[in-house]
Design a protein around this ligand. Structure first.
Ligand SMILES: [Fe+2]
Length: 405
Protein backbone atom coordinates (compact mmCIF):
# COMPACT_ATOMS: atom_id res chain seq x y z
CA UNK A 1 0.00 0.00 0.00
CA UNK A 2 1.08 3.51 -0.53
CA UNK A 3 3.02 5.42 2.06
CA UNK A 4 1.43 7.12 5.03
CA UNK A 5 0.67 10.74 5.53
CA UNK A 6 3.18 13.34 6.66
CA UNK A 7 2.79 14.19 10.32
CA UNK A 8 3.03 17.94 10.75
CA UNK A 9 1.60 18.32 14.23
CA UNK A 10 3.48 17.34 17.40
CA UNK A 11 3.22 13.59 17.85
CA UNK A 12 3.78 11.20 20.68
CA UNK A 13 6.43 8.62 19.84
CA UNK A 14 7.02 5.26 21.46
CA UNK A 15 3.42 5.22 22.74
CA UNK A 16 3.69 1.83 24.44
CA UNK A 17 6.95 2.64 26.17
CA UNK A 18 7.55 4.23 29.54
CA UNK A 19 9.79 6.75 27.80
CA UNK A 20 7.15 8.48 25.73
CA UNK A 21 8.14 11.79 24.22
CA UNK A 22 6.50 14.40 22.08
CA UNK A 23 8.30 15.47 18.94
CA UNK A 24 7.53 18.08 16.37
CA UNK A 25 8.35 17.04 12.86
CA UNK A 26 11.13 19.59 12.51
CA UNK A 27 12.68 18.26 15.73
CA UNK A 28 12.98 14.73 14.40
CA UNK A 29 16.65 13.74 14.17
CA UNK A 30 17.29 13.06 10.53
CA UNK A 31 19.76 10.32 11.42
CA UNK A 32 16.80 8.33 12.76
CA UNK A 33 13.90 9.71 10.72
CA UNK A 34 15.52 10.56 7.36
CA UNK A 35 12.23 11.76 5.91
CA UNK A 36 10.70 13.28 9.02
CA UNK A 37 7.94 11.63 10.98
CA UNK A 38 5.09 10.21 8.98
CA UNK A 39 2.22 7.95 9.79
CA UNK A 40 3.05 4.42 8.79
CA UNK A 41 -0.08 3.53 6.89
CA UNK A 42 -0.70 0.95 9.61
CA UNK A 43 -2.11 3.68 11.82
CA UNK A 44 -5.16 5.89 11.44
CA UNK A 45 -4.55 9.00 9.36
CA UNK A 46 -4.84 12.52 10.69
CA UNK A 47 -8.50 12.81 9.81
CA UNK A 48 -8.49 16.58 10.02
CA UNK A 49 -5.68 16.67 7.43
CA UNK A 50 -7.63 14.68 4.83
CA UNK A 51 -8.82 16.79 1.92
CA UNK A 52 -12.39 16.71 0.58
CA UNK A 53 -13.07 15.37 -2.89
CA UNK A 54 -13.70 18.87 -4.19
CA UNK A 55 -10.00 19.68 -3.65
CA UNK A 56 -8.70 16.72 -5.62
CA UNK A 57 -7.24 17.32 -9.09
CA UNK A 58 -9.68 16.79 -11.92
CA UNK A 59 -6.95 15.76 -14.32
CA UNK A 60 -3.38 14.75 -13.51
CA UNK A 61 -0.73 15.22 -16.16
CA UNK A 62 2.98 14.59 -16.45
CA UNK A 63 5.34 11.60 -16.50
CA UNK A 64 3.56 9.61 -13.79
CA UNK A 65 0.52 9.34 -16.05
CA UNK A 66 1.09 6.68 -18.69
CA UNK A 67 -0.83 4.25 -20.82
CA UNK A 68 0.07 0.68 -21.70
CA UNK A 69 0.11 1.65 -25.38
CA UNK A 70 3.23 3.75 -24.71
CA UNK A 71 5.16 0.72 -23.51
CA UNK A 72 3.67 -2.55 -24.70
CA UNK A 73 5.60 -2.58 -27.98
CA UNK A 74 8.56 -0.53 -26.75
CA UNK A 75 10.46 -2.70 -24.27
CA UNK A 76 13.56 -0.58 -24.75
CA UNK A 77 11.74 2.15 -22.78
CA UNK A 78 11.42 0.07 -19.62
CA UNK A 79 13.71 -2.97 -19.92
CA UNK A 80 17.34 -2.62 -18.94
CA UNK A 81 19.46 -5.68 -19.84
CA UNK A 82 22.50 -5.78 -17.56
CA UNK A 83 25.69 -5.33 -19.55
CA UNK A 84 28.69 -7.57 -19.00
CA UNK A 85 30.47 -4.64 -17.39
CA UNK A 86 27.57 -4.04 -14.99
CA UNK A 87 27.43 -7.70 -14.01
CA UNK A 88 31.18 -7.58 -13.46
CA UNK A 89 30.86 -4.60 -11.15
CA UNK A 90 27.99 -6.20 -9.21
CA UNK A 91 30.04 -9.38 -8.90
CA UNK A 92 33.13 -7.59 -7.56
CA UNK A 93 31.09 -5.54 -5.10
CA UNK A 94 29.33 -8.67 -3.84
CA UNK A 95 32.60 -10.58 -3.45
CA UNK A 96 34.15 -7.70 -1.53
CA UNK A 97 31.15 -7.43 0.77
CA UNK A 98 31.11 -11.18 1.50
CA UNK A 99 34.84 -11.12 2.21
CA UNK A 100 34.35 -8.26 4.69
CA UNK A 101 32.18 -10.46 6.91
CA UNK A 102 29.68 -7.63 7.45
CA UNK A 103 26.10 -8.73 8.19
CA UNK A 104 23.78 -8.75 5.19
CA UNK A 105 21.36 -6.34 6.83
CA UNK A 106 24.22 -3.84 7.17
CA UNK A 107 24.77 -3.53 3.44
CA UNK A 108 24.92 0.05 2.18
CA UNK A 109 26.20 2.14 -0.71
CA UNK A 110 29.38 2.65 1.32
CA UNK A 111 30.25 -1.03 1.62
CA UNK A 112 28.71 -2.04 -1.73
CA UNK A 113 30.27 0.41 -4.16
CA UNK A 114 29.00 0.62 -7.73
CA UNK A 115 31.02 3.42 -9.23
CA UNK A 116 30.46 2.70 -12.92
CA UNK A 117 26.73 2.03 -12.55
CA UNK A 118 26.01 5.04 -10.38
CA UNK A 119 25.04 7.35 -13.21
CA UNK A 120 22.66 4.93 -14.86
CA UNK A 121 21.14 4.01 -11.49
CA UNK A 122 20.56 7.70 -10.69
CA UNK A 123 18.58 8.13 -13.87
CA UNK A 124 16.63 4.91 -13.38
CA UNK A 125 15.88 5.73 -9.77
CA UNK A 126 14.61 9.18 -10.64
CA UNK A 127 12.35 7.67 -13.27
CA UNK A 128 11.16 5.14 -10.70
CA UNK A 129 10.26 7.80 -8.15
CA UNK A 130 9.19 10.73 -10.31
CA UNK A 131 8.52 9.28 -13.72
CA UNK A 132 6.72 6.21 -14.98
CA UNK A 133 7.56 4.26 -11.81
CA UNK A 134 8.83 0.91 -13.07
CA UNK A 135 11.89 -0.78 -14.51
CA UNK A 136 12.74 -4.34 -15.48
CA UNK A 137 16.38 -5.42 -15.28
CA UNK A 138 17.29 -8.54 -17.21
CA UNK A 139 20.16 -10.97 -17.02
CA UNK A 140 20.95 -11.13 -13.30
CA UNK A 141 23.00 -14.35 -12.96
CA UNK A 142 21.12 -15.75 -9.96
CA UNK A 143 21.60 -19.38 -10.95
CA UNK A 144 25.35 -19.01 -11.42
CA UNK A 145 25.94 -17.08 -8.21
CA UNK A 146 23.97 -19.15 -5.70
CA UNK A 147 21.89 -17.92 -2.75
CA UNK A 148 24.45 -15.86 -0.79
CA UNK A 149 26.05 -13.91 -3.61
CA UNK A 150 22.66 -13.45 -5.25
CA UNK A 151 21.22 -12.01 -2.03
CA UNK A 152 24.20 -9.71 -1.51
CA UNK A 153 24.21 -8.38 -5.07
CA UNK A 154 20.43 -7.91 -5.13
CA UNK A 155 20.27 -6.21 -1.74
CA UNK A 156 23.29 -4.10 -2.62
CA UNK A 157 21.64 -2.98 -5.85
CA UNK A 158 18.51 -2.17 -3.84
CA UNK A 159 20.52 0.26 -1.73
CA UNK A 160 20.81 2.46 -4.80
CA UNK A 161 17.02 2.77 -4.79
CA UNK A 162 16.27 3.09 -1.06
CA UNK A 163 16.68 1.57 2.37
CA UNK A 164 15.10 -1.66 3.59
CA UNK A 165 11.86 -1.76 5.50
CA UNK A 166 10.34 -4.73 7.27
CA UNK A 167 8.00 -6.91 5.22
CA UNK A 168 6.24 -8.72 8.04
CA UNK A 169 5.97 -9.13 11.79
CA UNK A 170 9.26 -11.01 11.83
CA UNK A 171 11.16 -8.02 10.47
CA UNK A 172 12.21 -9.75 7.25
CA UNK A 173 13.88 -7.38 4.80
CA UNK A 174 14.55 -10.01 2.13
CA UNK A 175 11.23 -11.73 1.49
CA UNK A 176 10.57 -15.05 -0.19
CA UNK A 177 7.54 -14.88 -2.44
CA UNK A 178 6.47 -18.47 -2.95
CA UNK A 179 3.59 -20.82 -2.28
CA UNK A 180 4.34 -22.34 1.13
CA UNK A 181 0.95 -24.01 1.36
CA UNK A 182 -0.93 -21.35 3.29
CA UNK A 183 -4.70 -21.32 2.72
CA UNK A 184 -5.64 -18.33 0.51
CA UNK A 185 -9.30 -18.58 1.59
CA UNK A 186 -8.30 -17.57 5.15
CA UNK A 187 -7.72 -14.00 4.10
CA UNK A 188 -7.93 -12.60 7.63
CA UNK A 189 -4.67 -14.32 8.52
CA UNK A 190 -2.96 -15.43 5.31
CA UNK A 191 -0.51 -13.25 3.43
CA UNK A 192 -1.36 -13.90 -0.20
CA UNK A 193 2.27 -13.74 -1.36
CA UNK A 194 2.69 -17.07 0.48
CA UNK A 195 0.09 -18.72 -1.77
CA UNK A 196 -0.42 -19.27 -5.50
CA UNK A 197 -3.70 -17.28 -5.57
CA UNK A 198 -4.31 -14.22 -7.69
CA UNK A 199 -3.21 -10.95 -6.18
CA UNK A 200 -5.66 -8.26 -7.20
CA UNK A 201 -4.38 -4.78 -7.95
CA UNK A 202 -2.80 -3.36 -4.82
CA UNK A 203 0.20 -1.42 -3.51
CA UNK A 204 2.64 -2.74 -0.93
CA UNK A 205 3.56 -0.88 2.25
CA UNK A 206 6.79 0.58 0.92
CA UNK A 207 7.77 3.30 -1.52
CA UNK A 208 9.25 0.77 -3.95
CA UNK A 209 9.01 -3.01 -4.24
CA UNK A 210 11.66 -5.13 -5.94
CA UNK A 211 11.16 -8.68 -7.21
CA UNK A 212 13.98 -10.93 -8.39
CA UNK A 213 12.78 -14.04 -10.21
CA UNK A 214 14.66 -17.19 -9.19
CA UNK A 215 12.19 -19.79 -10.51
CA UNK A 216 9.15 -19.41 -12.73
CA UNK A 217 5.79 -21.14 -12.37
CA UNK A 218 4.59 -23.81 -14.80
CA UNK A 219 1.79 -21.45 -15.77
CA UNK A 220 0.53 -18.08 -14.55
CA UNK A 221 2.16 -15.87 -11.92
CA UNK A 222 2.38 -13.05 -14.45
CA UNK A 223 2.60 -9.41 -13.55
CA UNK A 224 0.40 -6.38 -14.30
CA UNK A 225 1.15 -2.79 -13.38
CA UNK A 226 -0.88 0.39 -13.79
CA UNK A 227 -0.41 4.12 -13.26
CA UNK A 228 -2.59 5.24 -10.34
CA UNK A 229 -2.72 8.74 -11.79
CA UNK A 230 -4.00 7.40 -15.10
CA UNK A 231 -6.58 5.30 -13.23
CA UNK A 232 -7.64 8.40 -11.27
CA UNK A 233 -8.15 10.37 -14.48
CA UNK A 234 -10.23 7.52 -15.92
CA UNK A 235 -12.35 7.25 -12.78
CA UNK A 236 -12.98 10.98 -12.84
CA UNK A 237 -14.18 10.80 -16.43
CA UNK A 238 -16.15 7.57 -16.22
CA UNK A 239 -17.13 6.97 -12.59
CA UNK A 240 -16.89 10.17 -10.55
CA UNK A 241 -19.16 8.68 -7.89
CA UNK A 242 -16.64 5.89 -7.38
CA UNK A 243 -13.75 8.37 -7.34
CA UNK A 244 -15.51 10.40 -4.67
CA UNK A 245 -16.25 7.36 -2.52
CA UNK A 246 -12.59 6.31 -2.68
CA UNK A 247 -11.54 9.66 -1.18
CA UNK A 248 -13.76 9.26 1.89
CA UNK A 249 -12.34 7.71 5.10
CA UNK A 250 -14.94 4.96 5.19
CA UNK A 251 -12.63 2.08 4.28
CA UNK A 252 -11.51 -0.33 6.99
CA UNK A 253 -8.17 -2.09 6.41
CA UNK A 254 -7.33 -5.24 8.35
CA UNK A 255 -4.19 -5.38 10.46
CA UNK A 256 -4.47 -9.18 10.21
CA UNK A 257 -3.71 -9.61 13.86
CA UNK A 258 -0.42 -7.71 13.70
CA UNK A 259 -1.41 -5.33 16.50
CA UNK A 260 0.18 -3.95 19.61
CA UNK A 261 -1.61 -3.78 22.96
CA UNK A 262 -4.53 -1.41 22.81
CA UNK A 263 -4.55 -1.08 19.03
CA UNK A 264 -7.66 -1.68 16.99
CA UNK A 265 -7.61 -4.60 14.57
CA UNK A 266 -8.21 -2.28 11.65
CA UNK A 267 -7.33 1.11 10.24
CA UNK A 268 -10.06 3.37 8.86
CA UNK A 269 -8.97 5.66 6.07
CA UNK A 270 -9.61 6.70 2.46
CA UNK A 271 -8.32 4.67 -0.48
CA UNK A 272 -7.23 7.75 -2.42
CA UNK A 273 -5.72 10.71 -0.63
CA UNK A 274 -3.54 13.73 -1.18
CA UNK A 275 -0.10 14.14 0.30
CA UNK A 276 -0.32 16.38 3.33
CA UNK A 277 2.27 19.04 2.63
CA UNK A 278 5.08 18.47 0.16
CA UNK A 279 3.83 18.49 -3.41
CA UNK A 280 0.27 17.43 -2.68
CA UNK A 281 0.75 14.26 -4.67
CA UNK A 282 -2.15 11.84 -5.03
CA UNK A 283 -1.68 8.43 -3.42
CA UNK A 284 -3.63 5.21 -3.37
CA UNK A 285 -3.62 2.81 -0.43
CA UNK A 286 -5.32 -0.28 -1.65
CA UNK A 287 -5.55 -4.02 -1.37
CA UNK A 288 -9.00 -5.63 -1.58
CA UNK A 289 -7.87 -8.61 0.50
CA UNK A 290 -7.34 -6.23 3.40
CA UNK A 291 -10.82 -4.70 3.27
CA UNK A 292 -12.62 -7.99 2.58
CA UNK A 293 -11.04 -9.86 5.45
CA UNK A 294 -12.80 -7.97 8.25
CA UNK A 295 -16.09 -9.88 8.23
CA UNK A 296 -15.21 -11.31 11.66
CA UNK A 297 -15.84 -7.79 12.97
CA UNK A 298 -18.56 -6.57 10.61
CA UNK A 299 -20.62 -9.74 11.19
CA UNK A 300 -20.49 -8.97 14.90
CA UNK A 301 -21.64 -5.38 14.28
CA UNK A 302 -18.37 -3.88 15.50
CA UNK A 303 -17.57 -2.13 12.22
CA UNK A 304 -19.81 -1.51 9.20
CA UNK A 305 -19.90 -4.14 6.47
CA UNK A 306 -18.91 -3.07 2.97
CA UNK A 307 -21.85 -1.23 1.43
CA UNK A 308 -23.26 -1.95 -2.03
CA UNK A 309 -21.60 1.25 -3.21
CA UNK A 310 -18.26 0.09 -1.84
CA UNK A 311 -18.60 -3.33 -3.48
CA UNK A 312 -19.34 -1.53 -6.73
CA UNK A 313 -16.33 0.75 -6.27
CA UNK A 314 -14.02 -2.22 -5.62
CA UNK A 315 -15.16 -3.84 -8.85
CA UNK A 316 -14.87 -0.63 -10.88
CA UNK A 317 -11.38 -0.01 -9.53
CA UNK A 318 -10.21 -3.53 -10.37
CA UNK A 319 -11.81 -3.41 -13.84
CA UNK A 320 -10.29 -0.01 -14.59
CA UNK A 321 -6.85 -1.19 -13.49
CA UNK A 322 -7.17 -4.33 -15.62
CA UNK A 323 -8.14 -2.32 -18.68
CA UNK A 324 -5.29 0.20 -18.34
CA UNK A 325 -2.49 -2.07 -17.13
CA UNK A 326 0.75 -3.16 -18.72
CA UNK A 327 1.37 -6.91 -18.65
CA UNK A 328 4.78 -8.44 -18.14
CA UNK A 329 6.24 -11.86 -17.49
CA UNK A 330 9.22 -12.22 -15.19
CA UNK A 331 11.86 -14.64 -16.46
CA UNK A 332 14.56 -16.18 -14.31
CA UNK A 333 17.16 -13.46 -13.66
CA UNK A 334 14.70 -10.57 -14.09
CA UNK A 335 14.50 -7.86 -11.43
CA UNK A 336 11.38 -5.72 -11.42
CA UNK A 337 11.29 -2.50 -9.40
CA UNK A 338 7.87 -0.86 -9.08
CA UNK A 339 6.81 2.31 -7.29
CA UNK A 340 4.07 1.86 -4.71
CA UNK A 341 3.67 5.62 -4.54
CA UNK A 342 1.96 5.96 -7.90
CA UNK A 343 1.50 2.43 -9.30
CA UNK A 344 -0.69 -0.51 -8.41
CA UNK A 345 0.41 -4.02 -9.29
CA UNK A 346 -1.26 -7.41 -9.61
CA UNK A 347 -0.30 -11.01 -10.18
CA UNK A 348 -2.21 -13.77 -11.91
CA UNK A 349 -2.85 -17.05 -10.09
CA UNK A 350 -0.35 -19.75 -10.95
CA UNK A 351 0.50 -23.43 -10.93
CA UNK A 352 3.88 -24.75 -9.94
CA UNK A 353 5.75 -27.49 -11.74
CA UNK A 354 5.32 -30.87 -10.04
CA UNK A 355 8.12 -31.86 -7.62
CA UNK A 356 11.05 -32.25 -7.71
CA UNK A 357 11.08 -29.12 -9.88
CA UNK A 358 11.47 -26.00 -7.74
CA UNK A 359 8.42 -23.90 -6.96
CA UNK A 360 7.98 -20.40 -8.33
CA UNK A 361 10.26 -18.28 -6.20
CA UNK A 362 10.87 -14.54 -6.13
CA UNK A 363 13.06 -12.57 -3.75
CA UNK A 364 11.37 -9.41 -2.59
CA UNK A 365 12.74 -6.09 -1.34
CA UNK A 366 10.65 -3.36 0.23
CA UNK A 367 12.45 -0.07 -0.04
CA UNK A 368 11.88 3.39 1.38
CA UNK A 369 13.24 6.28 -0.61
CA UNK A 370 14.67 9.01 1.62
CA UNK A 371 14.31 12.60 0.58
CA UNK A 372 17.59 13.64 2.12
CA UNK A 373 20.07 11.80 -0.06
CA UNK A 374 22.07 14.59 -1.64
CA UNK A 375 22.64 14.26 -5.33
CA UNK A 376 19.89 11.73 -6.00
CA UNK A 377 17.03 14.03 -6.83
CA UNK A 378 17.35 14.94 -10.49
CA UNK A 379 15.26 17.42 -12.44
CA UNK A 380 11.98 16.12 -13.77
CA UNK A 381 12.26 14.60 -17.23
CA UNK A 382 9.34 16.65 -18.48
CA UNK A 383 9.79 20.21 -17.29
CA UNK A 384 6.98 21.46 -19.54
CA UNK A 385 4.47 19.46 -17.52
CA UNK A 386 5.95 20.90 -14.37
CA UNK A 387 5.37 24.42 -15.65
CA UNK A 388 1.83 23.54 -16.64
CA UNK A 389 1.13 22.69 -13.04
CA UNK A 390 1.19 18.90 -12.99
CA UNK A 391 0.88 17.95 -9.35
CA UNK A 392 2.91 14.81 -9.46
CA UNK A 393 6.31 16.41 -9.16
CA UNK A 394 7.68 14.93 -5.98
CA UNK A 395 11.26 14.66 -4.94
CA UNK A 396 10.16 13.95 -1.39
CA UNK A 397 8.13 10.75 -1.32
CA UNK A 398 7.07 9.78 2.18
CA UNK A 399 8.94 7.03 3.98
CA UNK A 400 7.45 3.62 4.00
CA UNK A 401 5.40 2.04 6.71
CA UNK A 402 5.62 -1.55 7.83
CA UNK A 403 3.98 -4.69 6.75
CA UNK A 404 1.18 -5.45 4.38
CA UNK A 405 0.80 -7.57 1.29
FE1 LIG B 1 2.52 -6.63 -3.84
Amino acid sequence: MAPGILVQEPVQVLPSSRTTAVLKNEDAPRSIFPDGIRTSGQHPPLYEALRPYSEFPKEISGPTVWTKEEYVNNPERWVHPFTEEEIGELSEAADRFIASGAPLTGISKENFRLNKMTKVLQVLRNDLLNGKGFILFKGFPAEAWGPLKTSVAYMGLGQYVGYFVSQNRHGHVLGHVKDVGDDPSQIHSTRIYRTSARQFFHADDSDVVGLLCLHRAAEGGESDIVSVHNVWNALQRENPDVAELLTRPVWYFDRKGEVSDGQEEWVRQPVIYLENGGKGRLYCKWDPYYVRSLTRFSDAGIIPALSEEQEHAIQVLEDTCNRLSLHMILEVGDIQFVSNAHLLHARTAYKDFPPPSPRRHLLRLWLATPETEGGWALPMPDSKEKKRGGIQVNNNPPRAPLDAE
